[in-house]
Design a protein around this ligand. Structure first.
Ligand code: C2O
Ligand code: CU
Length: 461
């Protein structure tokens, strides 16, 4: 039997003669090392369209696409951010429950990292799964221009797959010449957010990767777009949902039109077709016609694997809230009538369209505003999150994971997560233990919403 690492190598080699840029090939290159991994923020170029290279791409390193960072659960990781941009930046490690000083929110958890400066991040990821990283400053620009990378935290106890493919899903706001156009339209920021014009998976339009026929592929999907909510479906193969937002699902289920919003992740076990050359396609079904996102082509003779062969994922060590003692925190999302600018040290969009508990908060970092709530370290809390707007919002909490307890509009499973996609008119209860001291942001991950009022923070002490 091939070892897991060999299988990963094999799939990377296979991918090299597809459209693939060998995402799986990045595995193993960046093993958690005692030496800090150098992440240099730069302006660069990338081939996103046939119109030629897109300028003003922002990334870490000149590759265009940010590296997929490999970490190991429970093992120290270190990175040195060097800022080669002409504006300040930071790195936020989305979904990782780490020390507040490493959270990457300027003026709240760390100073700005100015042009030419560097900042050392060091932490030990407590949870295994699919996570991601991005700046927390001038985010509509920096993320919109490409600074959204995937993090894979491995657990040696994870079940074995025959191949692993990472899909970083995002759009770009480009004109017909392949160059960036205005990042947003105010009238859209007041609604769903402004959509990109070019869709990509791993910086490619509709990429195709090779994977062993009849094999089990772990597809790690991260929605790193600033706006788009995907409704995902797999054609041509059975796909089973094994984890959402980095955490194993309490009960596995077949993928069928699952909505995944900005900031969220989805791990699938895809059973590849048996026939060599057969193709499985990941599609987005929102809107009118299904849109191909990426596809997997079966290569070799069938491994004849069975989804039943797949062992369980190990649950992450997230503390369980004590619901009998939990204090309730109301969180009401609303649209604001006022049209005033929300000032922010991290750049303003010049509008305020949204509010949490009636306060339109400033953007990437909530300046000196008082926290929305002060929590006692170690105590259990329940967010009563209510969406009074006609739009969905992926609400993200930094530093701690919550468990979905109940929803007014649907059956929910007790999913552990850091981002909840709340639908219009939905009320949901999210329980958590305030076990991580510090100031922690809570915001919508549709970045235009975040930057026009839908951001706040909690203080845990
Ligand atoms: Cu991806 Cu403040 O978050
Ligand atoms: Cu929102």
């Amino acid at each position: 039997l091939l070892s897991r690492r060999n299988l990963l190598k094999a799939s990377a080699v296979a991918g090299a003669y597809g459209v693939g840029i060998g995402v799986a090939g990045k595995f193993g290159l960046a093993e958690a090392a005692p030496e800090p991994q150098l992440l240099t923020a730069v302006k660069t170029e990338a081939m996103l369209t046939e119109a030629g290279p897109t300028r003003d791409i922002m990334s870490w390193g000149h590759d265009g696409m940010p590296p997929t960072l490999m970490m190991r659960k429970g093992r120290p990781y270190a990175a040195r951010l060097k800022n080669g941009l002409d504006e300040p930046t930071t790195i936020h490690w989305h979904g990782l429950r780490i020390d507040n000083r490493m959270d990457g929110v300027p003026f709240m958890t760390q100073p700005y990292v100015y042009t030419g400066d560097s900042f050392d991040y060091a932490f030990t990821p407590p949870d295994a799964g699919t996570f991601w990283y991005h700046p927390h400053c001038n985010t509509l620009t920096q993320m919109g221009h490409g600074m959204t990378g995937v993090i894979v935290v491995e657990d040696p106890a994870d079940p074995e797959f025959d191949a692993e493919v990472v899909l970083n899903l995002r759009d770009w706001r480009l004109g017909g010449d392949g160059q960036f156009i205005a990042a947003f339209r105010p009238r859209d920021a007041a609604k769903t957010g402004t959509y990109g014009t070019v869709r990509t998976a791993n910086w490619h339009q509709e990429p195709r990767y090779d994977a062993p026929a009849g094999g089990l592929v772990r597809l790690r999907i991260a929605v790193t777009d600033v706006t788009r909510i995907f409704s995902l479906k797999m054609e041509g193969a059975d796909a089973t949902v094994i984890a959402i937002d980095g955490n194993p699902v309490p009960k596995r289920f077949p993928l069928d039109l699952l909505q995944i919003g900005p900031g969220q992740r989805l791990d699938l076990a895809v059973r590849m077709p048996d026939d060599e050359g057969a193709v499985a396609t990941l599609e987005d079904i929102r809107g009118t016609a299904p849109k191909t996102i990426a596809s997997l082509r079966a290569v070799g003779s069938s491994l004849k694997r069975d989804i039943g062969d797949l062992g369980p994922l190990v649950d992450n060590p997230v503390p369980e809230a004590d619901l009998t003692a939990a204090e309730q925190i109301p969180l009401v999302l609303s649209a604001t009538a006022e049209n005033a600018a929300v000032e922010s040290i991290c750049g303003t969009l010049g509008y305020s369209f949204w509010a949490i508990n009636k306060v339109p908060w400033p953007g990437d970092t909530p300046d000196p505003t008082a926290p929305l709530a002060e929590l006692k370290l170690g105590k259990s809390y329940v967010f009563n999150l209510e969406n009074t707007t006609p739009h969905a919002h992926p609400i993200h909490l930094h530093g701690m994971s919550f468990t979905v307890i109940s929803s007014s509009t649907r059956e929910v499973m007790p999913l552990v997560s850091d981002t909840y996609l709340i639908q219009p008119d939905e009320k949901v209860q999210l329980a958590f233990v305030a076990d991580n001291p510090g100031d922690w942001l809570l915001h919508c991950h549709i970045i235009e919403h975040q930057k026009t009022g839908m951001t706040s923070y909690l203080r845990v002490s």
